[in-house]
Design a protein around this ligand. Structure first.
Ligand SMILES: [Zn+2]
Length: 259
């Protein structure tokens, strides 16, 4: 069985040894542990006795030790995760990581703008006192199913199919302009011209929104490279990888989109 990584918060030494592929694997393994936690908390009747025995040996996170050292030691996160503000996807929980392991960028619909890209450049381009790169090795763009932000953009692009699911009081509000950032993903998701007999059903709408959320992850990955020379260079120099994934809010599973 893998040692839970939450017992090993990131250090400078660990980060210097880590490859971008190691960083991705740490998140993949963390999500497997999270799924195992879900499985244990949803016992089937036939193995109830076994579940009770497993719960006794649950390891404890040494939060006190970590907090007391953090200001003198600093932070060495190995990944940047760009995810939605959706309350059902707290990154450290679903990847079973600890305080100090991940730079989180969260914005409704997980797209990039100048502020998010600037934060990513900071996260990936950090140097230590001797000039060695101690930035994050991985940028993970994490979309999710049942995304309200993508559904909002879908309602703007296809008002004939969707009911509006948010309230904008005036043209000075910020939500409408922000959702416009997600419209390219919606417009890039087939069908461009939905069948009016089909598109009013919940099943059609959920399927469309979930596919648009995947398109959005792919577009966001492209935008990171197109809009940031600094990050593009780190990728070209094999210092950083950019990957896309989808989180399923109904079962806790993260699926990588691009192998
Ligand atoms: Zn969302």
């Amino acid at each position: 069985m893998t040692t839970p990584n939450y017992l090993n918060p990131m250090t400078e030494e660990a980060l210097l040894k880590m490859t971008p592929e190691d960083a991705l694997d740490r998140l993949v393994q963390g999500n497997k542990r999270f799924l195992e936690e879900i499985r244990k908390s949803c016992p089937h009747e036939e193995d109830e006795e076994e579940q009770e025995q497993e719960q006794v040996v649950e390891p404890k996170r040494d939060l006190c030790d970590f907090i007391s050292k953090t200001s003198s030691v600093g932070q060495f996160p190995f990944a940047v995760v760009l995810s939605c503000i959706d309350s059902r996807m707290p990154t450290e929980t679903l990847f079973d990581q600890f305080i100090g392991d991940i730079f989180n960028a969260r914005i409704a619909g997980n797209f990039v703008n100048r502020d998010i890209l600037g934060s990513m450049e900071f996260a990936c381009g950090r140097l230590n006192e001797t000039g060695k790169l101690i930035g994050a090795k991985l940028i993970l763009v994490l979309g999710h199913n049942h995304c309200g932000a993508i559904a909002g953009a879908a309602a703007s692009v296809h008002p004939e199919c969707f009911n509006k699911n948010y309230e904008v009081e005036s043209v000075d509000d910020n939500l409408g302009p922000m959702l416009k950032e997600l419209e390219p993903a919606v417009k890039g998701t087939k069908p461009e011209d939905p069948d009016l007999n089909e598109c009013k059903t919940k099943e059609w709408q959920q399927d469309f929104v979930n596919r648009a959320a995947k398109t959005n992850v792919e577009l966001t990955k492209e935008n990171i490279i197109c809009m940031s020379n600094a990050l593009k260079k780190l990728v070209e120099d094999d210092k950083v990888i950019i990957r896309g994934a989808m989180y399923d809010i109904t079962n806790g599973r993260v699926t990588l989109l691009d192998e």
